[in-house]
Design a binder for this molecule. Structure first.
Ligand code: NDP
Length: 244
């Protein structure tokens, strides 16, 4: 057993790849779904068929109590936690002049406050044990401005600040805290982008393709490994050269 990991938003997309990759590498993994229970159950089945161990529970990361209950259930199911991957996120893209307060609040509450709500349940435990690793999935939208994403860019930049500050709090206890900033990755989130715009995006990316969820999962696995033990407070960008 490599360790016990919690992954948020593991039912599909990048989170599902992270869950599967860690579980097949020998981690015991607990992940949440928000609404897609069927996808979460299918993932558990797939992992079990391949000999891995995973658990899933419903949780809404925008809600502090729901987050607390999820982390408690995960700790009970696995008998401990060694690593956390904050991944659950949403987009509600539109120009600021038509953005509604609910577009702003939903994105900030899921992508930024959600990371606080989950991490807050585990830091005291990690710090007390002087053991634990945290990976926060941010985005290149946290590094550069993207029109139509004032809410998302603000949340993703916020995650970077959150990560750097927490890395300083955890460093003397040997707890690495890092961010991964993916560029355009082929998931349901990006399938909302019109095909014509996808072609323009691909033309803009130096590697001329979107990234895969597996590529993000492999980087997450590396950051959770002993090999990455001296990396903390950093943003690792994985974007095919987009921000190079
Ligand atoms: P998807 O839309 O494919 O999946 C989102 C996941 O988050 C689902 O598991 C969903 O659960 C869960 N989720 C959504 N809202 C909540 C909530 N309130 N509480 C708990 N869980 C929730 O997203 P991606 O895989 O594309 O993105 C994953 C992360 O990567 C996000 O943080 C995103 O911002 C980031 N990212 C994505 C990029 C991309 O190109 N796709 C690029 C850069 C960053 P359910 O299925 O039950 O609804």
């Amino acid at each position: 057993m490599k360790g016990k990991a919690i992954v948020t938003g593991g039912s599909r997309g990048i989170g599902a790849s992270i869950v599967e990759t860690l579980a097949l590498e020998g981690w015991e993994v607990t992940f949440n779904y928000c609404s897609k229970r069927d996808l979460a159950d299918q993932l558990i089945e797939k992992i079990q068929e391949k000999g891995g161990t995973a658990h899933t529970f419903q949780a809404d990361v925008t809600d502090f109590e729901s987050s607390a209950q999820f982390v408690t259930k995960a700790r009970e199911a696995m008998g401990g936690v060694d690593a956390l991957v904050n991944n659950a996120g949403i987009t509600r893209d539109k120009s600021l002049f038509i953005m509604q307060p609910e577009d702003w609040n939903n994105v900030i509450n899921t992508n930024l406050t959600g990371y606080f709500n989950i991490t807050r349940q585990l830091v005291a435990y990690f710090f007390k044990n002087k053991k634990g690793r945290i990976v926060n999935i941010t985005s290149v939208s946290g590094l550069v401005g993207i029109a139509g994403q004032t809410n998302y860019c603000a949340a993703k930049a916020g995650i970077i600040g959150f990560t750097r500050a927490l890395a300083k709090e955890g460093a003397k206890l040997g707890i690495p805290v890092n961010c991964i900033a993916p560029g355009y990755i082929d998931t349901e989130m990006t399938s909302a982008i019109p095909e014509k715009h996808i072609q323009e995006i691909k033309a803009m990316i130096p590697m001329k393709r979107m990234g895969t969820t597996q590529e993000v999962a492999d980087l997450t696995s590396f950051l959770l490994s002993e090999k990455a033990g001296y990396i903390t407070g950093q943003v690792l960008t994985i974007d095919g050269g987009l921000t190079a």
